[in-house]
Design a protein around this ligand. Structure first.
Ligand code: COA
Length: 366
């Protein structure tokens, strides 16, 4: 008897992992056995090492890792030349990154990570590439990395922003919350490509291609653009109703796994509200809140458990960090790249090529 096809692989366990647990029923997320609630005020690099190695690093290990990352973060002359070329194109930043990643120069370092070593160098360079692309397209020059040992602080400095503690904290928390999330579409893509024994640069480039889509990471850009288009909280109800009537998705709402509020969204909503207060971002935040309220009310009427996901309010934090909406998903990638690396390392310990079957429904061959 033919079994039913599970479209979108919903609920299908395709492999095991010890990197993170997305508990959709309870609305909880943990990295390596640590709930995210306990990680948000850690330094970013400490969480990264926990995710990569599975154990909390010692202060000395963390300091050494930070030095290696800072060294690797400096773009080489060929990297700079590639970035200059890319900046002259109208191509979306995510496509620029996907194209540049396999071309970035190799350097020594991170040997203990084996096949993933060059991936750490790529991860280290992403903030400089993203901030550099933004600056070059704005007619400015790229900046030398700041001396901070923290990659997120370095990124904000490269974006040309003054080091405001509230912004630095909100940005750090947002990035920590995005490091890892189970077998989401881009991490699964990374594992598929890794399963062919392709090199890490191909794995990361492919994963970023999947992250770009608006049903996945690209929802961050789409959600903020939606709020700007809606314009005011008063217009939210009509917008939500028109979308639902026309079968259009509200960007940043819903999730495959969570049946309760995405635990990451709770933090990001609060941070966004704090950053927006008394700034030009406040009306956008209020419009998002109104869209959320009307969407939740409509879903309640229909008996559906659909809530805001991480992407819904994140754009406020990223706008406060000086990022235009089309750079949001690239900034997401700066964090998620470490999750991809953890999965790459994990998959290499017990690899089998991922090669599912397709049910043929075409013309009967004759
Ligand atoms: N707006 C309106 N309706 C939504 C919705 C949204 N954002 N998300 C889900 N739904 C509805 C669907 O229309 C569908 O309704 P139906 O049962 O009447 O046909 C039902 O909920 C299930 O949606 P489906 O798209 O099949 O769920 P999925 O598990 O395949 O997809 C997402 C999950 C996240 C891709 C989906 O919720 C979505 O497209 N959200 C918007 C994009 C987004 O925010 N992505 C970021 C995810 S972190």
């Amino acid at each position: 008897m033919m079994h039913e096809i599970t479209k979108g692989l919903e609920g299908v366990e395709v492999d095991s992992t010890a990197v993170s647990l997305v508990d959709g029923q309870a609305g909880k997320l943990s990295y390596r056995g640590h709930f995210i609630e306990s990680l948000i005020d850690w330094p970013f690099t400490r969480v990264v090492l926990l995710v990569l190695d599975g154990i909390v690093p010692t202060p000395a290990e963390q300091a050494e890792f930070e030095v290696q990352l800072a060294r690797a973060a400096v773009l080489s002359e060929p990297d700079e030349a590639l970035l200059q070329l890319a900046a002259q194109t109208p191509v979306h930043p995510m496509t620029v990154l996907q194209g540049l990643i396999p071309l970035l120069s190799h350097s020594a370092g991170f040997e203990r990570f084996g096949d993933a070593a060059h991936g750490l160098t790529i991860a280290a360079k992403l903030p400089a590439l993203i901030a550099g692309l933004h600056r070059l397209r704005g007619g400015e020059t790229t900046t030398a990395p700041s001396p901070s040992p923290d990659p997120n602080v370095r990124f904000l400095a490269q974006m040309g922003l003054p080091a405001r503690p509230a912004l630095a904290r909100a940005f750090n928390i947002t990035q920590i919350l995005q490091i890892e999330h189970g077998f989401n579409a881009s991490t699964f893509t990374a594992r598929v490509v890794a399963s062919t024994l392709a090199p890490i640069e191909n794995v990361l480039a492919a994963a970023l291609g999947a992250l770009h889509g608006p049903l996945h990471g690209g929802a961050d850009q789409a959600a903020l653009e939606m709020a700007v288009e809606v314009g005011t909280p008063d217009a939210a109800e009509a917008y939500v109703d028109a979308c639902l009537a026309n079968g259009r998705k509200i960007m940043g709402m819903g999730h495959r796994e969570y049946r309760l509020l995405d635990p990451r969204a709770r933090f990001v909503k609060q941070l966004a509200g704090e950053l927006a207060r008394g700034t030009p971002l406040e009306p956008i935040q209020q419009t998002l809140e109104a869209i959320e309220a009307h969407f939740l009310a409509r879903m309640l009427e229909r008996g559906k458990s659909l809530y805001a996901n991480l992407e819904f309010y994140k754009g406020i934090v990223y706008r406060a960090a000086g990022l235009p909406p089309n750079y949001f998903t690239a900034a997401f990638a700066m964090a998620r790249v470490y999750g991809y690396l953890a999965h790459f390392i994990e998959s290499r310990t017990d690899n089998r090529i991922i090669r599912p079957a397709a049910r043929y429904v075409g013309i009967t061959p004759a």
